[in-house]
Design a protein around this ligand. Structure first.
Ligand SMILES: Cc1cc2nc3c(=O)[nH]c(=O)nc-3n(C[C@H](O)[C@H](O)[C@H](O)COP(=O)(O)O)c2cc1C
Length: 189
């Protein structure tokens, strides 16, 4: 079984990236993954909604890969949601896009463990709930959150470990072995 995976890569400053750059390279190594760089395609912010919708039609698993900016997505990913996930296409009774599988790949300015109640007021899945709500509203299946982040400057070894972890996740998706359904409403699912 071959599942088509689309990684929507959304980094406002790719040349300066350390983590996403490495994760992206790992994703590009995976046969069956399409890597689509939103800031590269739309440097002036004007999104070709039709082309984006075609891409969604052509893939089964959608991975949103981005650096966490003020507990949210970079602005172009929000614009992508506003302009691409329209009524009649992504939601509404006669929507043309059927169920898709969603994965989030988020990089952080700190170790993911920082986002725990005993260290910070909010946990990461809680902060990413708007994307979970988007997924539910569109009838997609949320398959969880991949996160990477470090205390201070990441060492090459840690970057390699996380890149490998990401690559394995994507390889498994292509092979049809998706992570279990994810929900903050029902943590056991
Ligand atoms: C404008 C801006 C806002 C940021 N906000 C957050 C944040 O809310 N939480 C966080 O953990 N890191 C935050 N960071 C740090 C980035 O998430 C982090 O540097 C990035 O994920 C590292 O990946 P990269 O090397 O691919 O850029 C922010 C960085 C910038 C530039």
């Amino acid at each position: 079984m071959h599942v088509k995976v689309l990684v929507l890569y959304c980094h406002p400053n790719h040349p300066a990236s350390q983590i996403n750059r490495r994760l992206r390279a790992a994703a590009e190594n995976v046969w069956g993954v399409t890597l689509h760089d939103l800031y590269h395609h739309y440097p002036d912010g004007f999104i070709d909604a039709e082309q984006e919708q075609e891409l969604l039609h052509a893939h089964d698993v959608i991975v949103l890969q981005f650096p966490f900016y003020w507990y949210s997505t970079p602005p172009l990913l929000k614009a992508w949601q506003d302009e691409v996930l329209t009524f009649g296409f992504a939601y509404g009774q006669n929507k043309s896009l059927s169920t898709r599988q969603l994965l989030l790949a988020v990089t952080l300015g700190a170790h993911p463990n920082t986002y725990q109640r005993n260290k910070f007021a909010f946990e990461l899945p809680e902060l990413l709930r708007p994307l979970e709500a988007m997924s539910q509203y569109c009838g997609w299946e949320h398959r969880g959150i991949f996160s990477a982040g470090y205390e201070g400057n990441p060492g090459i070894e840690q970057l390699e470990i996380d890149a490998k972890r990401y690559q394995t996740l994507l390889e498994e998706c292509v092979a049809g072995k998706l992570p279990p359904l994810f929900s903050t409403l029902n943590p056991s699912c």
